[in-house]
Write a protein that binds this ligand. Sequence first.
Ligand code: SDX
Length: 426
Amino acid sequence: MADTNAKLTVNGEEYELPIIKGTLGRPVIDIAALQDSGFWSYDPGFKVTAPVESKITYIDGGKGELLHRGYPIDQLANNAEYLEVAYALIHGDLPNAEQKADFFEKIRKHTGVHDQLRKFFEGFRRDAHPMAIMVGVVGALSAFYHEDLDVSNEDHREITAIRLIAKMPTLAAMSYKYSQGEPFMYPRNDFNYAENFLYMMFATPADIDYKTNDVITRAMDKIFTLHADHEQNASTSTVRLAGSTGANPYACIAAGIAALWGPSHGGANEAVLEMLDEIGSVENVPAFMEKVKSREVKLMGFGHRVYKNFDPRAQVMKETCDEVLAALGINDPKLELAMALEKIALEDPFFVERNLYPNVDFYSGIILKAIGIPTSMFTVIFALARTSGWISHWLEMHSAPFKIGRPRQLYTGETHRDFVKVENRK
Ligand code: SDX
């Protein structure tokens, strides 16, 4: 509901632009009236644009606050299971005992994949990046569920959300096994979500009783929760834009996976480990930081479009990192290196003036490496976890009327030219 109006005067015309307040955060100025003004709004990178209304996640970048359905991220990560958070993202609140049992059972029933899907992997080289496989295989899932692809059907939408959340760990583990030349492991539905994923990753037919210790399982589940959703980030906006065309949800999630892959977004966790490998030792940190300041390289895992204070997920991730390394008795020099980088960044004016703090990707890689997960799988795990966020935004979009997303542009190309035959062109 509009509360008051902003006024815009252009070309002698005055436009009343409604100001609409939400429950938290900045109000918005509805600029629909510009339609008749002869102007477009201009906002490269969508730095000050809110294209949607949402009830799922709230971020206060100044306070370093992240809420999912109103619950602070540290409370969820430290007390809830990832699937409970996934339920809340989709349904609006954490499940009660009965709802939890029902949702968990539905997920357990759908962790398997059609046997024909296994053949998709054989088309890839063994050294294919697992994200390349995930983009292909998740999009291909739509070929196996023709009977449930009517996006206007609420039951079809709900079963698809269950299938995607249930199958992502299976497909992610298959992409890893394929790269290792090891046989795929079938899901163990007597295990919880994180245990099952780690089982499918690291068990083999010769070691079918493989089971991780509880600290590792809990850490994995926390990492899933810390990556579950994050408002209108680039990949979630991609899922929404793809969904606005009426595309099936598997195609929309595949589009989200593709967008997440970039090193400025979900690909940063892999880039952090590559950066730490490049720096090598604490002695090399000052020279590296000079390269960052001269803009030769970026400090991967630092900075954020929204957080201009600490990323609350990074804090929980750091605590989890300490727990896992202690539980495994690992003294990883990369952690010492990461902490040296963080210390400098939090004190050096170059970083302080630009509000560059560690983000969710800075410590996650050190934990995943300690668990034995290869760097190439880091963004796959981000995609696995973010699937519940992506699909909750897709479901939210479909819960009310929507229009196809179709931005306009500032055109600065050639004006009118007459056609010239090739023999007469200079
Ligand atoms: C994720 O949007 C989300 O919510 C994403 C995410 C999610 O959960 O979905 O939180 C997940 O993507 C986290 C971010 C992971 N990416 C990285 O860690 C890559 C390194 N970070 C940067 O690429 C950058 O910080 C971004 C892309 C994350 C944010 O870039 P912005 O908001 O466009 O900021 P900017 O590029 O305008 O930078 C402002 C200034 C610039 O300095 P000047 O050139 O103006 O002097 O800060 C500098 C930038 O050069 N800067 C950095 C830097 N990030 C910004 N300088 C060095 N190292 C960096 N990491």
